[in-house]
Design a protein around this ligand. Structure first.
Ligand SMILES: NC(=O)c1ccc[n+]([C@@H]2O[C@H](COP(=O)([O-])OP(=O)(O)OC[C@H]3O[C@@H](n4cnc5c(N)ncnc54)[C@H](OP(=O)(O)O)[C@@H]3O)[C@@H](O)[C@H]2O)c1
Length: 253
């Protein structure tokens, strides 16, 4: 898809991967808007107040967003949960699922009909290697990200011939605030050498822009993360045995 002149909305575009993608799309010639919780605090891009953690807030913003006729919707905002399932609060799980999965579906549901009507558009969804590689302690986060992956792949098929297409990002470890939360949530029971080798948000954002330009449907990570995704998909027995050696339910230390 041609990015020059395209109108792009990036949720969670105020920091991390979202901000890096907003900048990369702008560099490629797009007219970039960000959907953020605190629109007043955003000075670098035109911002729309959009709390992805609230069904009502998304519904309230929908009319304005529909009228803006975005060509590319990047569903990026996300939260990390982690730890033994019984140690995660139900409130935290619901809040994460609202942002990571339900909000993605609701916002896409609001903007997709306009794209189909115009015969032009792209839905870009930020899934994760955790949507494919299922680690202990990641049950709820992985559920959200494999949900995003499946949602996007189903849409890809539904949309054939409409002029609207999708891209799902199988995002690897990327150095952001969320990545820094991993040791606290996972480190006591999982050997984190398993997920070493994070890349910069800028590097991943450039790959996303190229994948949109090339109309790819899935953006996979390279290197160690790419190998992990391959093993999890094609030899899940090997993957699970490897992970089992790195996990202690009663704690590593
Ligand atoms: N970093 C990684 O290693 C990694 C790996 C795989 C996938 N991902 C995915 O990449 C996406 C971006 O994460 P990141 O690494 O850039 O993390 P980050 O730096 O923590 O950024 C998270 C973004 O989500 C926004 N957000 C959270 N709750 C929101 C809400 N209710 N409404 C609107 N925005 C909300 C945050 O906005 P506030 O500033 O308002 O909180 C922030 O912009 C997430 O979907 C994440 O799951 C990240």
């Amino acid at each position: 898809m041609k990015i020059q002149g395209a109108k792009v909305l990036v949720t969670g575009g105020n920091r991390g991967i979202g901000l890096a993608m907003a900048r990369a799309f702008r560099e490629a010639g797009a007219d970039v808007w960000v959907g953020v919780r605190d629109a007043k605090a955003m000075t670098e891009f035109p911002a729309i107040a959009l709390d992805m953690g609230s069904r009502d807030a998304i519904e309230r913003a929908a009319l304005e967003l529909q009228a803006m006729e975005f060509d590319i919707l990047v569903n990026n905002a996300g939260l990390l949960t982690g730890g033994l399932l019984e140690d995660q609060s139900v409130e935290e799980i619901y809040a994460m699922l609202q942002v990571n999965l339900l909000g993605v579906i609701q916002l896409t549901h609001a903007l997709l009909p306009g794209m189909v009507k115009r015969g032009r558009g792209k839905i870009v969804n930020n899934s994760s290697v955790s949507g494919v590689m299922n680690f202990p302690l990641a049950s709820t986060y992985s559920a959200s990200k494999s949900g995003v992956y499946a949602f996007t792949q189903c849409l890809a098929q539904e949309l054939r011939g409409t002029g609207v297409s999708t891209l799902v990002m199988v995002t690897p470890g990327v150095k952001t605030r969320m990545f820094d939360e991993i040791p606290k949530k996972y480190g006591a029971k999982l050997d984190l050498k398993l997920i070493e080798g994070a890349i910069s948000a800028e590097e991943w954002a450039r790959e996303v822009v190229h994948a949109v330009e090339d109309d790819r449907e899935v953006l996979e990570p390279k290197g160690f993360s790419g190998l992990g995704v391959f093993l999890a998909r094609h030899t899940p027995g090997v993957f699970n045995r490897l992970v089992a050696t790195k996990y202690r339910r009663d704690g590593l230390f």
